[in-house]
Design a protein around this ligand. Structure first.
Ligand code: GLC
Length: 767
């Protein structure tokens, strides 16, 4: 492999290195993308980058970027330490064995290649694994070793690791090992699960000083050993493909998130109603039943913007059909819901039923749009409709076809699409690795296309809806890859109604936000198992602060609408759903911030307070933006919460009590109380509670003001389409001088509020 460094040359802004050793002319390369983003690349496949996450370079498809401002290579030189590449912010030294070291502009090491021995003997041997497997013990073990493609880098004592997309377990991923292979595993998810539905091969490292990220842009199966094998290093591995990673240097985690989303795209603004409450269940088995749900929501005065139609609405689970027997005339129920202010979202699975005469199957067969076996036969496996075939979404023609097919739903009046089973899931064993798909302009095996199957399906759906409606497409997905946030929101799949999964929801959603997928949520109340009244009450209290707020559960489990748990829990649900509707303009502002800078809506405390040791692994609190801290109860039976508040002055949202931060204390938290704290000087924009978005014209804005000093930027547009990108929006700068509030219009492009009402919060009386 790469042995002693012999020299380098610069070509087209990229630095290539020559080594002693046998590497078949595959010269490794370092490319400066920006002052803080560096690409490290070995083109083992000879096919170049072929990224599915970073699309602006090749296709210019990221709406938020015109194209890359290529970073500047300040200088390249060589001395005895190696080849020294400088940008304004980072120094990279490339040495023997293609060891790449990154330093900040002061010469402090940010990330070094690991040069010591590896501790592979700490891993389980194959024979031990086989022995353990006899009693079924092997599931949580793995053989740790070398991967055909790999990168081993050093860890320092204090380094914490975040991100990695959708993983179980806790916030700090250090000491754990994960894999990236989109997987539908219906068993209750445990902390030691290596894979879930989504694969986002992006990690963030918080150091004692500074931070960095690595996006390992290989969409085949990859491995992330985050210091499990050896305490002082981590291993990134892949079975095939290229060594292709982006090193992102930052002063803090926010810098890293901003750069990662610059590379892979940012979650765009959604329609305002999507931030409302969603009600779902698999399955409301008939039109009558689902109509009863809409009626129930309104009778119980529960704000709600959307009901989801799970697979039962389809005729024999055939996509782009309607079950006329049990769901009668689709258009009618959807338009009746619309009259009640309730939108309809339908589920859409990729598996197309094998059935002669079924138009989607026939069209796909005629055009060769389904994945094939290596022998060229259409590949069949089983999903909900029985025997099914799999659209080849990596083929641009298939994406276009699938996008056009969405017209069926648009014409029915559907408002958004929920993409499920797109890992892809299959009931007769996994798809073999050699099933042939397309990767844009060339055939590619399932092993390469698996992790981007959901991504490509979401992209097809997004593009279809954008074309057909001109509105911001509302797409939800279960499977995705890095960069999918440009096309889709997501949910965490099939959790269970167990307290462990309520607790897990916080780090899981926070890490997804750090990994670019900001608009995400869990099934509130839990999908599998039976929810209890207490668990539902506590879950609603987290759900109402999650970007995607949907109550969903599985067939056969206890009914889970808020009124199924008795009057106390119904009242609690109403209280928190109402709060969600009040907070809509605040959350909408956060969505705007996300499109602008990549900052997630729901944040771990460490994103805001990364010098605070107490929050580096805080799993039971989170922030909504940078002003609201939520400390929910996540323990069964608990009526108190041990709260930690970082440095600064805070106000108890419910009582107005002033608290000096940097302390822990016990807050009483009966079942109807979720402890919430607001930063001193904050201004929180609110709307009055409404049964749904659009019930009135949003012409009253309430500014809830907290003691202290601060400024706030508020954003307003029509909440529906892309006119804002042509300037149809307003922005307001709001100054709070301890209760003296001034509002300045900064950008004018949309109609004004009729009234802006300033409300002093209880903290002013308590002082
Ligand atoms: C999958 C989804 C779940 C859905 C069910 C039936 O399990 O994750 O949300 O309800 O399929 O479509």
């Amino acid at each position: 492999m790469f042995e002693k460094l012999k020299g380098y040359h610069v070509e087209d802004g990229k630095v290539y290195f020559r080594y002693e050793g046998d590497y078949e002319g595959k010269e490794p390369c370092v490319e400066v993308i920006s002052d803080t983003i560096i690409n490290v690349f070995v083109d083992y496949t000879g096919l170049g980058h072929r990224s599915r996450a970073i699309e602006w370079e090749r296709q210019g498809q990221n709406d938020t970027k015109e194209g890359a401002e290529k970073g500047k290579l300040e200088s390249v030189s060589q001395d005895e330490s190696g080849v020294i590449i400088k940008t304004k912010k980072v120094t990279i030294i490339v040495g023997d064995n293609f060891h790449v070291d990154f330093y900040d502009h002061e010469g402090m090491p940010l990330s070094l290649a690991h040069r010591g021995e590896r501790k592979k003997n700490a891993a389980l041997s194959a024979s031990l694994l086989a022995f353990l497997a006899k009693e079924g013990h092997a599931a949580s073990g793995s053989i740790i070793g070398d991967y055909p493609i790999q990168e081993v880098r050093s860890l320092e004592d204090k380094d914490c690791i975040y991100g990695l997309g959708d993983k179980t377990g806790f916030l700090n991923k250090r000491h754990y090992a994960y894999e990236m292979w989109n997987t539908d595993n219906p068993n209750p998810q445990e902390d030691n699960f290596k894979v879930l539905y989504k694969s986002i091969p992006f990690m963030l490292v918080l150091k004692e000083k500074g931070a960095y990220g690595i996006f390992f842009d290989n969409h085949g199966k990859t491995y992330f050993d985050m210091g499990k094998e050896g305490e002082d290093y981590y291993v990134l591995g892949a079975d095939e493909g290229n060594l292709d990673y982006y090193f992102i240097a930052g002063e803090n985690l926010k810098d890293v998130v901003t750069d990662y989303t610059y590379l892979t795209g940012r979650a765009p603004m959604q329609q305002l109603w999507t931030l409302g409450f969603h009600q779902s269940r698999w399955g409301y088995e008939s039109e009558e039943e689902i109509r009863g749900i809409a009626k129930g929501l309104r009778e119980h005065e529960l704000p709600c913007d959307c009901i989801h139609f799970d697979i039962d609405y389809m005729d024999h689970y055939k996509v782009f059909t309607w079950n006329k027997e049990t769901y009668q005339d689709g258009g009618k129920v959807i338009s009746d819901f619309k009259d009640m202010g309730i939108k309809s979202v339908t589920i859409m699975d990729p598996g197309v039923k094998v059935e002669e005469g079924y138009y989607v199957y026939e069209e796909g067969m005629k055009n060769g749009y389904f994945a094939k076996t290596p022998k060229g036969e259409v590949y069949v496996n089983e999903v909900w409709p029985g025997d099914a075939v799999f659209p080849d979404f990596g083929n641009p023609k298939v994406r276009k076809w699938w996008g056009e097919k969405q017209k069926y739903l648009v014409d029915l009046g559907v408002a958004g699409v929920w993409n499920d089973m797109n890992e892809p899931a299959s009931f007769r064993g996994p798809l073999p690795n050699d099933i042939v798909f397309t990767d844009e302009d060339m055939p590619a095996p399932h092993s390469q296309m698996h992790n981007v199957y959901g991504h490509n399906m979401a992209k097809a759906t997004y593009e279809g809806w954008r074309e057909l409606t001109g509105k911001r497409p509302f797409v939800i997905t279960r499977a995705c890859y890095g960069g999918s946030q440009k096309y889709t929101t997501g949910w965490t799949g099939d959790n269970h109604s167990i307290w462990a999964h309520l607790r897990m929801a916080i780090p899981q959603l926070c890490n997804m936000g750090l990994s670019g997928m900001s608009f995400v949520g869990t099934d509130v109340g839990g999908f599998g198992s039976d929810c209890t009244p207490e668990l539902f009450a506590r879950w609603i209290q987290i759900g109402c602060f999650s970007p995607f707020f949907r109550d969903h559960c599985a067939k056969g489990c206890r009914m889970q609408e808020p009124w199924q748990f008795g009057p106390e829990v119904l009242a609690i649900s109403r209280k928190y759903i109402n709060l969600r509707y009040e907070l809509l303009p605040y959350i909408y502002d956060l969505m705007h911030e996300c499109e602008t800078s990549g900052m997630p809506i729901m944040r771990p405390l460490v994103l805001e307070y990364d010098k605070d040791e107490n929050v580096k692994n805080r799993n039971d609190e989170f922030m909504l933006g940078d002003r609201i801290l939520v400390a929910p109860v996540v323990e069964q039976g608990a009526k108190e919460k041990l709260v930690y508040l970082p440095k600064g002055v805070w106000y108890d949202y419910w009582t107005g009590e002033k608290i000096e931060g940097n302390c822990s204390f016990v807050r009483t938290a009966p079942l109807d109380v979720c402890p919430i704290y607001v930063k001193a000087g904050a201004v929180i924009p609110k709307y009055p509670v409404r049964m749904h978005v659009g019930e009135d014209k949003d012409d009253l804005l309430i500014l809830e003001v907290y003691p202290g000093e601060g400024t706030y930027a508020h954003y307003q547009d029509n909440g529906e389409d892309f006119a804002y990108r042509q300037g149809a929006y307003n922005t307001y700068q709001i100054h709070n001088l301890n209760g003296q509030v001034e509002v300045f219009k900064q950008h004018e492009g949309y109609r004004d509020y009729e009234k802006i009402k300033v409300e002093m919060t209880a903290g002013f009386q308590k002082k």
